[in-house]
Design a protein around this ligand. Structure first.
Ligand SMILES: NC(=O)c1ccc[n+]([C@@H]2O[C@H](COP(=O)([O-])OP(=O)(O)OC[C@H]3O[C@@H](n4cnc5c(N)ncnc54)[C@H](O)[C@@H]3O)[C@@H](O)[C@H]2O)c1
Length: 310
């Protein structure tokens, strides 16, 4: 077993984003030094080193990796509508390759990358495709039809390549909609009011994740003593919908195989791999303050460790 040490400095790419800012805060709160990389900055950051530019710029990324022993790669164009398909796909995958390859060459042996529940392509597919089965899991068959989902799927392949080539631990987290609880409670009803949205969201299991649980998964990805590549779905235990999940599946996914039954508003998403690999479980629900507190809040200082690269 390699010697285990806590991370001293973490490079966070996309450090000014929705997920990036709370990730930087959580690391700084735990006494971990942070190098933040972003194209632009909307507000002051808690990162004690700041690198401004593109995550696909190899020289810039090499500079940003000084003294870094773990990477959280969040920088991406986070929706297919935000740029041309080519710019989304090439920009996202080029940034992921650049960051992981430069990290591997610099001796970094731990990376967490942001994937998406869209990585299997079905949720954003313009055609009438449905998941092959419920609950969704990491082996759900792919059907890619948009550049963003495809970029996330390729990002996962790049992660596996880096894990093999540099003996790196790479954790790709398949996030659903991630926001703070107050934002979720405000925006989800507006979102569901859009025609056809409840039907479309069936393809991602009406999943969401509160920000604290998302950051907890990132911290665990940095510190749990696991080796190799892991692609993990991380979603809340329940759905954003008011109706029971079985009724929703009857209405919106009739004919799709159900490999188990779902109690109440239970999300039809299997997060057991994240529990097994990271000891992670969701704790916060949009419907109630907490639903299943069986994973303690992480504290890197006290108990969590990082595999030494030696
Ligand atoms: N927040 C969510 O609901 C959600 C859901 C699924 C997946 N994700 C993934 O999580 C990651 C973070 O998402 P977010 O919601 O924080 O997105 P965001 O758009 O809020 O933040 C991304 C940040 O990265 C920056 N950025 C983009 N491309 C860059 C590049 N090439 N170089 C440097 N900076 C770059 C952007 O300027 C932005 O500040 C993304 O990879 C996204 O695909 C997010």
């Amino acid at each position: 077993m390699p010697k285990l040490i806590p991370p001293a400095r973490v490079l966070v790419t996309g450090a000014d984003g929705t997920l990036g800012r709370p990730t930087v805060e959580a690391l700084a709160d735990r006494g971990v030094a942070v190098t933040g990389l972003s194209r632009t900055w909307s507000a002051p950051t808690r990162a004690d080193r700041v690198v401004t530019g593109d995550a696909a710029d190899e020289d810039l990324v090499r500079e940003a990796l000084a003294d870094v022993d773990a990477v959280v790669h969040l920088a991406a164009t986070a929706h297919p509508s935000l740029d041309t398909p080519r710019a989304v796909f090439v920009g996202n995958t080029s940034a992921t390759f650049t960051v992981l390859a430069a990290a591997g060459e610099a001796g970094v042996r731990r990376a967490v990358i942001a994937s998406s529940i869209n990585a299997f392509g079905v949720p954003m597919n313009r055609h009438d495709v449905k998941p092959a089965y419920y609950p969704l899991d990491e082996a759900s068959p792919e059907a890619h039809d948009d550049a963003y989902s495809l970029s996330k799927w390729v990002d996962e392949r790049i992660g596996a390549y880096a894990a093999s080539r540099w003996d790196m631990t790479v954790v790709a987290l398949r996030f659903p909609l991630v926001r703070e609880l107050d934002v979720l409670r405000k925006t989800v009803p507006q979102m569901l009011a859009a025609p056809g949205e409840a039907a479309r969201l069936a393809r991602e299991g009406w999943a969401y994740l509160e920000m604290t649980d998302a950051v907890d998964a990132i911290l665990r990805g940095l510190t749990e003593p696991v080796a190799g590549m892991h692609t993990l779905l991380v979603t809340a235990a329940d759905t954003i919908m008011a109706e029971p999940t079985e009724d929703l599946l009857d209405r919106y996914a009739d004919g799709v195989e159900r490999r188990r039954t779902f109690a109440g508003r239970q999300a039809p998403v299997d997060t057991s791999a994240a529990r097994r690999v990271l000891g992670w479980a969701p704790t916060i629900s949009i419907n109630a303050p907490t639903i299943s507190i069986d994973a303690p809040t992480i504290s890197i200082d006290d108990s969590q460790t990082l595999e030494a690269s030696a």
